[in-house]
Design a binder for this molecule. Structure first.
Ligand SMILES: [Zn+2]
Ligand SMILES: [Zn+2]
Length: 306
């Protein structure tokens, strides 16, 4: 998997940062988390293929998280998209799309399937092939969803040495064992996958929590995550302002990462008040609490090795 930060700003687009949008590249598809203004431009800048876009998750209906959606969808239509597109978000997403279609007398030539989270008292889980995405409500000024993508556990590594000692010839038999199938060797011996595979490997986990104050659900979503992307709107001297506006400081984001046992923290949703020269201070504040922190920049790519 690879994360591409398309927009790492908050509220206002600036010359350095577009508003929120994060792409997650998986085998054969691209998932987009939030679609702030300029997301489609950044999608092009990052040289991502629009045809690969399969799912868009919207956290909440503040403009810096979804004002890019209708533009992106319209562009996909103009590119003659035929493949369905799946949208996920809070209640209201469907009504918004219908309103925009009606206002613009616009119809899409591809199917848009919308799934809204209506019950905020429990987590919502969407199961897909090889992974699942969980949504939980965060703590913001309006309903805001955090997301966690968790890959299914992967089968253990193929142990060539064991295969050799069992006399399994190179080729399709080894492939079948790797896929978890029992095989029969030419000499009639039956071999189970467990005889040649190492221990099952846990799938990778990515959590995306914005916009939010520090909250328990952010910790649930980020539990043991390989990467946590978290609202880090302000430096820690602005705790009161973060509380008032429903955001987190970089230190609060770091505390969430530490509490959740995440492996890496990516700070995003950086307020436009901070200039490039302020960034080392922001990063240092967070790193004092959670050393493996990076401060995200637009078009930065983060690989998650499987
Ligand atoms: Zn925001
Ligand atoms: Zn917001």
């Amino acid at each position: 998997m690879e994360i591409v930060l398309l927009g790492t700003g908050a509220a206002l687009p600036t010359r350095q940062r577009w508003p929120s949008a994060t792409a997650l590249i998986r085998p054969g598809e691209i998932l987009l988390f939030d679609c702030g203004e300029g997301a489609q431009i950044q999608f092009q800048q990052a040289q991502l293929k629009p045809g690969k876009l399969s799912k868009i998750f919207i956290s909440h209906f503040h403009g810096d998280h979804f004002y890019g959606l209708i533009g992106l969808l319209t562009s996909l239509q103009m590119q003659s998209r035929e493949k369905p597109l799946h949208l996920y978000g809070p209640h209201g997403l469907n009504a918004y799309l219908e309103f925009m279609k009606k206002l613009s007398h616009f119809t899409f030539g591809f199917k848009i399937m919308v799934q809204e989270v209506r019950n905020l008292s429990e987590k919502k889980v969407w199961e897909f092939e090889n992974y699942r995405v969980t949504a939980r409500p965060l703590h913001h000024r309006i309903t805001s969803l955090g997301f966690r993508l968790e890959e299914s556990p992967k089968s253990g590594r193929f142990l060539v040495g064991k295969a050799e000692s069992l006399g399994i010839p190179e080729g399709p038999l080894r492939g079948k064992l790797q896929k978890g199938e029992t095989v029969v060797l030419p000499n009639g011996t039956k071999v189970e996958p467990s005889q040649v595979l190492g221990p099952e490997r846990p799938g990778k986990k990515v959590a995306i929590c914005l916009d939010t104050k520090p909250c328990a659900n952010a910790i649930h979503l980020a539990k043991d995550a390989d990467v946590l992307i978290h609202d880090g709107s302000f430096d820690d001297s602005k705790r009161d302002w973060a509380e008032t506006t429903g955001h987190s400081t970089v230190v609060q984001a770091a505390e969430i990462a530490r509490e959740a046992g995440a492996k890496q923290l990516v700070l995003t949703h950086i307020s436009a008040r901070y200039k490039e020269e302020d960034e080392p201070e922001l990063l240092e504040q967070a790193q004092r609490v959670f050393p493996n922190t990076i401060l995200g920049h637009d078009l930065e790519r983060i690989a998650i090795e499987s």
